[in-house]
Design a protein around this ligand. Sequence first.
Ligand code: GDP
Ligand code: MG
Length: 297
Amino acid sequence: MKTFKSGFVSIIGRTNVGKSTLLNRLVGEKIAIISDKPQTTRNQIMGIKTLPYAQIVFLDTPGIHKPRHELNRRMVKIALRALQNIDLILLMIAADKAFGTGDQFVLNLLKDVKTTVFLLINKIDLIKKKKILPLIDQYRQQHDFAEIIPLSALLGDNMELLEEKIIQYLPVGPKYFPEDHITDQPERTLVAEIIREKIINLTLQELPYSTAVIIESFKEDVEKKLLNIRATIYVDKPSQKGIIIGKSGSMLKEVGTLARLEMEKILSTKVYLELWVKVKRKWRENNRILRLIGLAE
Ligand code: GDP
Ligand code: MG
């Protein structure tokens, strides 16, 4: 019999390279929200993969970038914290994006970290094969990566290889979580993230920066066998409130319906969902709201 291995693995990299997509693919369920707009993952999300002989605990982090708002500053802090006291770092880049100052910023951060680092070159489905080698060469010169793995998180290419390599580097260790656990996210957070994802995907505007979803109440109605959820969507400006509500409430209705259907699937119960939209100027500097969305300092 093989000895059991386990450990914590951080997925880091710039926004939009595909970290959340990889986490969901590895864990096999949708736990991190995915969108093509940057900065949609705000908190650190944990995804747990249990195999017969290993348990990998993945940590998806908000993208690393130069801080502007107080909100962003806290996000970078969470990302940096994720690099300490873990077993392995997966630095992800997107093969279709040129090397930029953002990449340099991340590589510089890694200089002070002793943890083993893999380089994951994601989105190889978007580029010609012959472009991969020069990319590998370029990154090799910047850091001593233990492994460099080209993959497609979207299509699932090279996932087995990645898993195999990860386990190879993990220490012998205990099963930290029961096997049926796939995430540490409380249901409230999952529900809020689902609503936020629907808003981001349905509205074409750059709303991820300006939307916060707060679950005001989350109550089981045992008699009616359903879950009553009331959520408030905070935005920065009245114009954004208009976008989210839509013509005679059509947008909010669609957000609500799609979010409810997904919650019912994930939570295996009927859901009654009530959504409110409120304008709160400068909420990104508001401590109470930042704390409520899990960005307490
Ligand atoms: P994150 O910000 O790093 O967490 O990135 P996401 O996982 O949210 O993905 C950002 C966008 O890239 C989404 O539109 C994904 O569907 C897309 N994406 C992720 N992985 C791949 C991939 O391997 N190939 C392609 N073509 N798109 C991908
Ligand atoms: Mg993400």
